[in-house]
Structures are given as structure tokens and as C-alpha cells.
Design a protein around this ligand. Sequence first.
Ligand code: CA
Length: 219
Amino acid sequence: MRLLLIEDDPMIGRAARQGLGDAGFAVDWVMDGNAAERALANDVYDLAILDLGLPGQDGMTVLKGLRRSGNAVPVLIATARDAVSDRIAGLNAGADDYVLKPFDLDELIARVRALLRRHAGGASPLLECGGLVLDPVRKEVQLKGEPVSLSAREFALLEVLLRRPGAVLSREQLEDSVYGWTEEIGSNAIEVHLHNLRRKLGTQTIRNVRGVGYKVVAP
Ligand code: CA
């Protein structure tokens, strides 16, 4: 899952990026409204965390432009505790939820997960397909009731695939979902992780659609 963090305060931004990264998200961080607008136009994100007071253009302008362009990416606005009118204006302008600053990191992560879940149309925190069950909060995977041990990248890849069961995702889409801008990606890194996933879960669960990409199906 790839997130865009839009936050001009370096301390808050660093802490949020670290916490979200530790929770398994790929995080791109921008510090002004113009960079946010460019990133949202050029990259596909699963969710954006938007500070309202930003240099360049403020968060409300970014949000309104985003919705005007038809981009439905879930947006979590970050506002000060006493700024009730900002929260209301943000929600009315198309934000999906808000989080109060300074962040409680655990709450931020929980809100991000809840929003991703709602956006995917599921109320259950568990992702399931056939006998495969992934728990994004506990970071656990079971296959037919047996725990499966996965690396952090394998887990992130499986989570992306399980959020859209049956859909074929290209190597590029998978790469974009699990790596942020600043990470070095070996040329065949994704293939190696997918190979390991298929070895652990079975080639009938993670199917390779030759020349197109990968999908997860109920075996
Ligand atoms: Ca700010």
C-alpha cells in the first residue's frame, strides 16, 4: 500500500513517515502544496495524508483541485486539535476523515487502515481469498488454518493482491504499491518476492498471467 504524506513540519513528517513505514506502508513525503499536486497527478496512491497549512498552495486548495480532477484517492486531513471549522471545511471539500495533530502514531495508522478498508468496500479487517487469510493489523497470514511466515515485502505484495482478488496487477503496479520513491529497487526484486510467495502459497493461489502480471485467486 502506497501513501502520500503531505506535511511541511519536518519533525512531524519524519515521525509519521517512520511510523507508517514500520507499519509496512510505502510512504512518499512532500513538504509543499505544489509538490503534492504534482505527485497526486503523476503517481497512483492508495491514500493521502494532507496537512492543511502548507507553503505553495494550502491543503484545502490541493484537496479541491484533486476532487475537481476526478481523483477519488482517500484523503485523511491532518488538523490542529482546536481547528474544528477546518475539519468541517475539509470534510465538505471531499476529505474522507481527519486526524488530529500532533499525531498519535498508533491512531494515525489505525485511521489509515480503517480508511483503506472502507475504500475497498470491506468492513472486515481480514483479507481473505479461498483458504488464504491475511490480517493487516497483526501482520499474520494463514493458509488453510496454518500460519505462513512471510518477509515484510512478501507480506506487502500479498496484501496488495488480496485487496483486489481476481484482478491482474502488472509488475509495475505491484512495484509502485510496495516501494516509495526513495527506495532502491533491484531490477528483478519484485519477481524474486513473487517467486517466494508462490513457493510458500502455491502457484495455484498466486497466478502468473504471462506478459500481463499477477493475480490472487481462490484455489
Ligand atoms: Ca503545516
